[in-house]
Design a protein around this ligand. Structure first.
Ligand code: GLN
Length: 473
């Protein structure tokens, strides 16, 4: 048995039955990293020694008969924009290459309380901007299913680590699809929780009204386990809510699943379309009622996202000025310190978005772009609200294409932005969305299906996701 291939649930069972030790589990994951990661490059740094030391401490507790929680001793990978006290956290940027976190993100604090092990920090697009990890300042990550292709992004390192069995589960962050799209391209499960259900304290901010941290796992059940551990109100993030999701859902036979007609138009790879249609049939066979629905403002979602997100990016990234954090380029005048530091510290995509964001927020254009986009965002949210009066969840593809080749989209930012077409609406509306593996293309590349739900109704997504997983087996 290869321990690194286990799900969280399976590993927990074996740990509590004392059939394996936490040390065996950690060593198996570290062994997989050692043999594969030189090629995949999912990790920017591996915390080997720490993981073993913590595993040994846990084994001692288990030997004394202590009850352990579900995540105790489970080796997790953490996207490199989530702070772990004392560790480096770079957001895959030169700007923060040598920066160390001075506190734990709330999600990390919660996982530490559960006894989870952190095996390392994973690669990503710089400051979470991108869909391929090619924007990392430290080299791209490869897709474990085909190393000539991207793993998706921006949480590409986390998704690749889960798919390559180099951890049991991982954390990512999702602003416009960065958990779900790499999960889909790597054939694993990814959850973008309801906005406000997971604390953003200790997450390096990209666009604060859209960002959420969430799990990337090998099963829906595991996604639920990690989500349960990290979710909930946090006084350090005033947008978090006390509201919990309902674990008990109505039976599948009473559920209605909406198929948005706007999501099945041009640009969608025919093989993905077929796979999603087959998935819809699987749900239907399990008694779920299927209904065509309309989200009429879908066509504006990408434009709205690429106005609001850069606006927030330009504000959030203003703090990297060479004075307070990370890189600092010496110069005679203060202004030149700012300018030189930012020129050297930020890669081209970060700079592109800062410029775009500053433009849409500038006095003469604020109303025409920023205010207008906020209005259309409200309409997109209303689209979802009215559809969720009729159906319990929405099904769609996660991505319009399967994993693409390195370099294929890097010279054409717009084609890269189109990758986000199915994922961005959930962030704009704040609703939860789950990507689960739905099948493979003829080229043996994974295809993901997306389920979107009502706010704070992750329960329905988990129920549908588990039903699909068991029907597929
Ligand atoms: N690919 C999207 C972008 O480049 C999403 C990023 C994200 O969710 N962090 O903005």
């Amino acid at each position: 048995m290869e321990l690194n291939n286990l799900t969280i649930k399976e590993a927990h069972g074996l740990l509590t039955e004392k059939q394996i030790s936490a040390k065996d589990l950690a060593e198996s994951v570290l062994g997989a990293i050692k043999s594969r990661d030189a090629d995949i490059h999912a990790y920017l740094e591996v915390f080997g020694g720490d993981a073993i030391a913590e595993a040994l401490a846990l084994d001692a507790r288990i030997a004394e008969g202590d009850h352990i929680s579900m995540l105790a001793g489970i080796p997790l990978a953490i996207k490199d924009n989530i702070l772990i006290k004392g560790k480096r956290v770079s957001a895959a940027s030169r700007m923060l290459e040598t920066y160390r976190a001075s506190y734990d993100a709330t999600v990390i604090e919660r996982l530490k309380k559960e006894g989870a092990l952190f095996v390392g920090r994973t690669n990503m697009d710089e400051f979470a901007m991108g869909s391929s990890t090619e924007n990392s300042a430290f080299g791209a990550t490869k897709n474990p299913h085909d190393t000539s292709r991207v793993p998706g992004g921006s949480s590409g390192g986390s998704a690749a680590a889960v798919a390559a069995f180099e951890c049991l589960a991982a954390l990512g962050s999702d602003t416009g699809g960065s958990i779900r799209q790499p999960a889909a391209l790597c054939g694993v499960v990814g959850l973008k929780p309801t906005y406000g259900s997971v604390s953003r304290s200790g997450l390096i901010a990209m666009a604060s009204s859209l960002d959420q941290i969430g799990p990337i796992t090998r099963s829906v059940e595991d996604a639920e386990i990690v989500f349960d551990a990290i979710r909930g109100h946090d006084p350090l993030d005033s947008t978090t809510s006390e509201r919990a999701y309902e674990k008990e859902t109505k039976p599948l036979q009473q559920m209605r699943l909406g198929v948005p007609k706007e999501y099945f138009v041009g640009g969608l790879d025919p093989e993905i379309k077929q796979t999603i249609e087959a998935a819809i049939e699987i749900f239907q066979n399990q008694g779920v009622a299927i209904e065509e629905v309309s989200l009429p403002h879908t066509e504006h979602a990408l434009s709205v996202y690429y106005v609001l997100m850069p606006a927030e990016v330009s504000a959030n990234l203003a703090r990297f000025d060479g004075i307070r954090y990370g890189l600092s380029e010496p110069a005679d005048k203060l202004f030149d310190v700012y300018a030189k530091t930012r020129e050297r510290g930020f890669g081209p995509e970060a700079r592109r978005r800062i410029i775009l964001g500053s433009y849409v927020l500038s006095a003469g254009y604020y109303d025409a772009y920023y205010t207008k986009a906020q209005k259309v965002r409200a309409l997109i949210r209303k689209d979802f609200e009215s559809v969720f009066e009729r159906v319990d969840a929405i099904i769609s593809p996660t991505t319009p294409t399967t994993a693409f080749r390195f370099g294929e989209k890097t010279n054409d930012p717009l084609s890269m932005y189109l990758e986000d077409i199915y994922t961005v609406p959930a962030n704009l509306a704040g609703v939860p969305a789950l990507s689960i593996p739905a099948g493979f293309s003829k080229e043996k590349l994974p295809i993901g299906l997306q389920l979107m739900g009502r706010i704070f109704d992750e329960g329905t997504l988990f129920a549908l996701g588990k039903a699909f997983e068991s029907a597929k087996q």
